[in-house]
Design a protein. Structure first.
Length: 467
């Protein structure tokens, strides 16, 4: 069993808060962590065991697929007895954390989780598998419904990045900031500059650790290129040779078409769209590509009216996007003439990957679009909060019109919109005359991009201020 694992850089993950709450639950269920490769699932579990002073027993099904034979029994006590024998340990359910890693290699072991939940709930169990959703599409059983908890994990967020860089006081200021106070310009500029650095480094732990230790973008770029090669090499694990080629084409194309309606012809004009989209779905299941579908947005849940045929795509991590677009930190600084196309794509990617994992729910993002020649309109993202739909527009700089936001608010009879941009936070009450007739009266909550993780809290504060 593993103890005494140490870290060089404080790669704190806010998911630790979720795990701490999970461990203390009276009716705790086995936990399954879902996420792409290299987002830090195994490291998170090691860090959690260390902080909780638990003995960690890791059963890795990729390094040793024969470990599956230890979980064939329906009796947890027999499984524990075999684990004790195999790993030469004595499992104490009160002091041991059982970690079943890379379970996508032998997904049948997940069937044992229902018996542990029913007969040995005192033993905390965590499972993780990078390609688990793909594996589950290829077998003939469903997960034990009602007997498993889930944690959905993405790259490190911007706020976790601040911790890695030792910016604890700046993070504390950000998390305590209230929307009815002025944001000091000096702090705003500092946060914007650090966000630009995050946009280059990204949130994959290996890349963050390298930059936090060396502060060298060239060295960090080498790490990211190795990660990109690793993701491409993984294609062979879950796709045919023909699909692998198409997946490489998609992997290359998506960073260049962020925020645009996905068109298979932009990937390969010679392939049928159904073949391209089949390969795309594998990348979505592998959590490498983020798929954002349109919805009519007439009510909640947003997914009730989604249109699976019209969608945008984003990437797993903004740092990999920056590498794919060949951007350096200088490109993202305010005084440099980065093309508006790339600036907008980077801004949308930043918001997308943060919104996706803002809550521990099944990750899903939606947007709204009206494709009429005379009155086309699009809302970048839709956010459900306290029973209401909140439209979100993303602007790379300080400018940009909000025509689509006005039409959406008017059509859906809503009175609050959010704009993320490079500007300082602000609340304004707007009255806009529509070209189609009538007017739109609404409140615009303007937030800097770096405040996306504070969105739920700030929306709550706004509600309290207006009640």
């Amino acid at each position: 069993m593993e103890k005494g694992w140490h870290k060089m850089i404080d790669l704190y993950r806010f998911e630790l808060d979720f795990l701490t709450e999970w461990l203390g639950q009276k009716h705790r269920k086995p936990l399954v962590i879902k996420g792409a490769r290299q987002v830090g699932k195994s490291t998170l579990v090691k860090l959690f065991a260390e902080r909780q002073d638990l003995n960690l027993l890791t059963v890795d099904f990729e390094k040793d697929p024969d470990n599956e034979s230890l979980f064939t029994s329906n009796e947890p006590k027999k499984i524990i007895s075999m684990l004790n024998a195999k790993f030469a340990v004595k499992i104490d359910p009160e002091r041991t954390l059982l970690f079943m890693d890379e379970v996508q290699k032998t997904p049948n072991v997940l069937l044992s989780l229902r018996y542990f939940y029913e007969e040995m709930p005192e033993l905390p169990i965590i499972c993780a598998g990078s390609l688990l959703d793909l594996a589950l599409t290829q077998i003939n059983f469903s997960m034990p419904v009602g007997r498993i908890s889930y944690l959905y994990m993405g790259p490190m967020s911007f706020q976790a990045f601040l911790i890695a860089l030792g910016q604890h006081q700046l993070l504390e200021f950000l998390r305590k900031y209230t929307i009815d106070t002025e944001m000091p310009l000096a702090i705003h500029k500092q946060l914007n500059e650090l966000m630009n650095v995050y946009c280059i480094v990204g949130g994959l732990p290996e890349s963050v650790r390298n930059y936090a230790e060396n502060h060298d973008f060239l060295e960090t770029e080498k790490v990211k290129q190795a990660l990109i090669s690793g993701y491409k090499d993984d294609f062979a694990k879950y796709a045919t040779s023909a699909q692998q080629q198409r997946m490489r084409q998609i992997f290359t194309a998506v960073p260049k078409m962020l925020g645009e309606k996905f068109k298979a012809s932009n990937v390969n004009r010679d392939d049928k769209s159904t073949i391209i989209k089949e390969a795309l779905e594998k990348l979505v299941l592998a959590k490498i590509i983020i798929k954002v579908c349109t919805t009519h947005a007439n009510g909640l849940p947003l997914g009730a009216e989604e249109n699976l045929d019209f969608f945008k795509t984003y990437f797993l991590d903004i740092g990999l996007v920056s590498s794919a677009l060949d951007l350096s930190v200088l490109n993202l600084m305010p005084d440099n003439n980065i093309s508006l196309i790339n600036a907008g794509k980077i801004a949308e990617q930043f918001i997308a990957q943060h919104l996706l994992y803002l809550r521990n729910e099944t990750p899903a993002l939606y947007y709204w679009a009206r494709e009429q020649k005379s009155s086309a309109a699009e809302i970048d993202f839709l956010f459900a909060h306290n029973g209401k739909i909140v439209p979100i527009e993303v602007k790379a700089g300080a400018g940009g019109t909000l025509k689509s936001l006005h039409y959406f608010l008017h059509e859906k009879n809503l009175n609050l919109g959010v704009k993320f941009s490079s500007l300082q936070p602000n609340i304004s009450h707007e009255t806009v005359k529509l070209t189609s007739g009538g007017q739109c009266n609404y409140t615009l909550l303007s937030l800097p991009l770096y405040m996306v993780e504070e969105l739920p809290r700030i929306l709550n504060e706004y509600t309290k201020l207006n009640n």
